[in-house]
Design a protein. Structure first.
Length: 257
């Protein structure tokens, strides 16, 4: 018998009519990019988390100390109100002693981090030495600014280099860059501005910065529905990276509720 005709949408693989019929039953997230032919599909029967973008709605933080930086983040990734991943690692290595903390769209921030790590790796090979933290921050800034209309990404870049020691750079949505002694970001950060402003003191030790970061993240996770899971911490110094995880049962407690 003759083969059934194939449906063709420009730029997409050809599919049989039976498969095309299946497409019309899928929620929009499953057929994104197929074009206006499928714009009429109904999504009323599908839960919200199938239709929402995967987001690292989150709390991220970084603090400078003499000799390095402390970075930290929660571990919750959401699609709408659905928790897609409760143990995400949002502390992304960009180079040996340079990390970034990601907030915004999970896909966007992963793509940017991969691209910057790729470029920074080549830059390091050309220099035959470890790259500067500011160079990594500028690469993030350039990409976030160039694609500011398409991307949803808020980045904190932190690390150590031999020129300036420990550094923290904030790259918010839109592509600005600014160095700060400490930085917070993500949806949970709005709950802890008062705490960090009152608790931060210049010249804190590594241990004090670890406690400061853990307490701030725990407070944000307690209030923000998009933040939760475990706390991941890392201290970056000339000697390397010392990572730590605080599980849910070990989180600092601030209320009896």
């Amino acid at each position: 018998s003759p083969r059934p005709p194939l449906l063709h949408v420009p730029g997409k693989p050809r599919v049989g009519l039976k498969m095309a019929a299946v497409f019309t039953e899928l929620p929009p997230v499953g057929i994104r990019g197929l074009g206006p032919a499928f714009a009429h599909c109904s999504s009323d029967l599908y839960p919200e988390w199938l239709r929402q973008e995967v987001s690292t709605g989150t709390t991220i933080m970084a603090v400078e100390f003499d000799g390095g930086v402390v970075i930290g983040a929660d571990s919750r990734t959401t699609t709408g109100s659905y928790i897609a991943n409760r143990v995400t690692d949002k502390l992304t290595p960009i180079h040996d002693l340079i990390f970034c903390c990601r907030s915004g769209s999970a896909a966007d921030t992963q793509a940017i981090a991969d691209a910057v790590a790729y470029q920074l790796g080549f830059h390091s090979i050309e220099l035959d030495e470890l790259p500067l933290v500011q160079t990594a921050g500028n690469l993030f800034k350039d990409m976030c600014y160039k694609y500011r209309e398409e991307l949803m990404a808020g980045i904190i870049v932190a690390g150590w280099d031999k020129r300036k020691g420990g550094q923290v750079y904030t790259v918010p949505m839109g592509g600005m860059i600014v160095r700060q002694p400490f930085s917070i970001g993500g949806s949970g950060s709005t709950y802890i501005y008062g705490y960090v402003d009152s608790s931060y003191k210049p010249g804190m030790t590594k241990e004090q910065c670890l406690d400061f970061t853990a307490n701030a993240l725990a407070l944000a996770m307690d209030r923000d529905g998009s933040s939760g899971g475990v706390i991941r911490l890392a201290a970056v110094t000339e000697k390397g990276v010392d990572r730590k995880v605080i599980s849910g049962r070990q989180l600092p407690k601030f209320s009896s509720a």
